[in-house]
Design a protein around this ligand. Structure first.
Ligand SMILES: Nc1ncnc2c1ncn2[C@@H]1O[C@H](COP(=O)(O)OP(=O)(O)OP(=O)(O)O)[C@@H](O)[C@H]1O
Length: 596
């Protein structure tokens, strides 16, 4: 339960909502008691009036007894009606304060979790899957809201109702009070028990539902593969199995839910029977009036809902505590990519790797071994190598997605970990290997990384990325929306939008991670020509499999299994007659045979 202490700061923030809500609950409950007292008086009045009416039979007083009786009943009815109305009004205020408070806390907590997610390093996202991240910010936060909303509201309601109603009952008759309250603890315990079963089964359904959605989502994303491999029937079968599981779990839940209301009604009925039975005995001995029995039935009815809620509240609090525990686990995750010295400076772009080694923390794979190179500001370096040789890892270290395990990465001769993280990342234009574009217009995607970019700069970036011709063919041009709501770009088009996005912000360091792999050689040449111009005042890191991209750079390093095995300019490496030359010849031959 201590996990929920995290929410106390929010309860403190909204203390006035809570305080007002409590006052409204108390007032609403007081108006709930008034009709019970009035009903007792009405019952007693009816009995007495009948006796008087019969006593004055044939006398003029009989008429006035009748008139007084009618007037009193009318007044009583008006009081009951007014109390019910006022109770309703204050219950409305109660919800408007406490339930509104819970929604405000839900909003704050969601923002807190999301803000924390954003601050966490890439390694956190590798360790935890997206579904889990989403669940904690939606499902779990909703469960915590149930605690700060309904659970607190009905908890206060229960306490104030008992404090107000029980003294009234005891003041009338202690024995009748005890008997009529006997079934209530059983009611509360049964609700708690049944509710726990309902919660458990609902969670099973949720898991089954999320399996089903993941299955369907993957099937739709991979529909091209499914169709081309003719696997539709197998997928139908797997879907039917997953769906069957969901159906069985739903039926199991429906069974318990069906038990819920009959159980409550029978226990409430038992309370009423006991009240009438014991009360009637009291009436016979003259200790109680019939009005007292009617009044008690109302009290018992008033107490049953809060008592029922007690079981429900307990299970809400339990599941809120479990959810908050999960949320706290993520809120407790620390960002180890921080800058102690936090030096804020204009980045010029000199890039030095000094004996850098790096092992991925989650997989334990050593991706770089003693890598050293030095790129002067405004110069370019190409990194070429086989698959898995560590090329993208170098890009990750320059963007400070991770810190080197050994050795030192520095920018402008300052260790990267001493520089302000945002100013490092702001000075970098990164074109990642796996292109990700947002479901927005092409224009917004290009402008993504730059807050005050002009239309001309967007167009220039699109031009330099060789996009303009393609875009002009789309009916909405730059306003064309991408993704699920819009059109699907080809692999090469996506890569070029991603290049335009990186160059649009005029970065000091430009990293192109294998970003021309999906374009043909003609487009590659055209982009590379523009690149020569763009690269003039930028430090450029070109990561590629293709020598055609690499030869553009002032310096080339060849990586193999995380180690530099060759380095130099294009000419130097060709004259070395080593691996680079070998690669160069193979690729040139490949291109020639393609063009023949
Ligand atoms: N986030 C990660 N977590 C754990 N291991 C990783 C991660 N990213 C890469 N690796 C591992 O590190 C090694 C180097 O990967 P890297 O992506 O740097 O290679 P690469 O040269 O860019 O390959 P490619 O040309 O195929 O993109 C690989 O063995 C890879 O499995």
């Amino acid at each position: 339960m201590k996990e929920l202490a995290h929410i106390n700061k929010y309860l403190l923030k909204y203390k006035y909502h809570l305080l007002l809500g409590t006052i409204f609950i108390i007032i609403a409950n007081l108006f709930g008691v008034v009709p019970a007292v009035v009903v007792r008086h009405s019952f007693d009045l009816i009995q007495e009036s009948f006796q008087l009416y019969n006593l004055f039979d044939g006398l003029p007083l009989q008429e006035s007894t009748h008139d007084t009786f009618v007037l009193s009943i009318f007044v009583f009815a008006a009081v009951i009606l007014a109390s019910a109305l006022l109770r309703g009004v204050f219950m409305f205020f109660m919800r408007q304060t406490i339930i509104v408070m819970s929604r405000l806390i839900e909003y704050d907590l969601k923002n807190e979790v999301y803000e924390h997610y954003q601050s966490l390093p890439l390694s956190f996202y590798r360790k935890n899957n997206t579904g889990d991240l989403m669940n904690r910010i939606s499902e779990d936060v909703s469960k915590v809201r149930m605690y700060v909303g309904p659970a607190i509201m009905y908890g206060i309601n229960l306490a104030t109702m008992f404090i107000i109603v029980i003294p009234f009952m005891l003041s009338i008759n202690v024995e009748l009070t005890l008997y009529s309250l006997i079934p209530l603890p059983f009611l509360s315990f049964s609700i708690y028990y049944v509710n726990n079963i309902i919660n458990r089964r609902s969670e099973e359904i949720q898991r089954s539902q999320s399996n089903l959605s993941t299955f369907v989502q993957e099937a739709f994303s991979g529909i091209r593969v499914i169709k081309s491999f003719v696997r539709e029937k197998d997928y139908d079968k797997s879907f039917a199995e997953a769906s069957d599981d969901y159906k069985l779990k739903s039926l199991r839940l429906a069974f318990v839910q069906a038990l819920f209301f009959p159980l409550i009604m029978s226990l409430i009925g038992l309370s009423v029977i006991l009240t009438v039975y014991i009360g009637s005995a009291g009436v016979l001995t003259g200790e109680l009036s019939t009005g007292n029995i009617a009044e008690f039935i109302i009290y018992v009815n008033m107490l049953t809902w809060p008592v029922t809620a007690l079981g429900w509240i307990t299970s809400i609090i339990q599941s809120a505590a479990a959810s908050q525990k999960r949320i706290n686990e993520f809120l407790g995750a620390k960002n180890d990519i921080v800058s102690e010295k936090n030096i804020k400076k204009e980045i010029d772009g000199r890039l030095v790797f000094d004996q850098v080694s790096f092992t991925y923390p989650d997989s334990g794979i050593q991706a770089l071994k003693n890598v050293s190179f030095d790129v002067k500001s405004g110069d370019s370096i190409a990194i070429i190598g086989t698959t898995g040789s560590g090329k993208s890892t170098i890009a990750n270290l320059i963007c400070r997605m991770y810190d080197a395990t050994q050795g030192q990465v520095s920018i402008d001769e300052v260790p990267i970990q001493d520089l302000n993280l945002a100013s490092v990342r702001r000075s970098i234009g990164y074109v990642p290997q796996d292109v990700f574009l947002f479901s927005e217009s092409i224009k917004d995607n290009i402008a993504f990384g730059s807050s005050d970019i002009t239309e001309e700069q967007i167009m220039e970036a699109a031009d330099n990325a060789d996009l303009t011709d393609n875009i002009s063919k789309f009916p909405q041009g730059m306003e064309t929306v991408l993704g699920e709501r819009g059109i699907t770009l080809s692999g090469g088009q996506k890569q070029r939008v991603s290049i335009a996005r990186a160059i649009a912000r005029s970065p000091k360091i430009l990293i192109l991670d294998d970003c021309l792999s999906a374009v043909d050689t003609k487009t590659e040449n055209s982009i590379l020509n523009s690149m020569k111009r763009i690269m003039v005042d930028k430090t450029t890191v070109i990561i590629s499999h293709r020598v055609s991209s690499a030869q553009l750079a002032d310096k080339i390093i060849v990586l193999d299994d995380g180690e530099i095995i060759e380095q130099g300019s294009h000419q130097e490496l060709i004259s070395k007659n080593g691996i680079y030359k070998n690669l160069y010849e193979k690729q040139i031959q490949g291109e020639e045979s393609l063009s023949n």
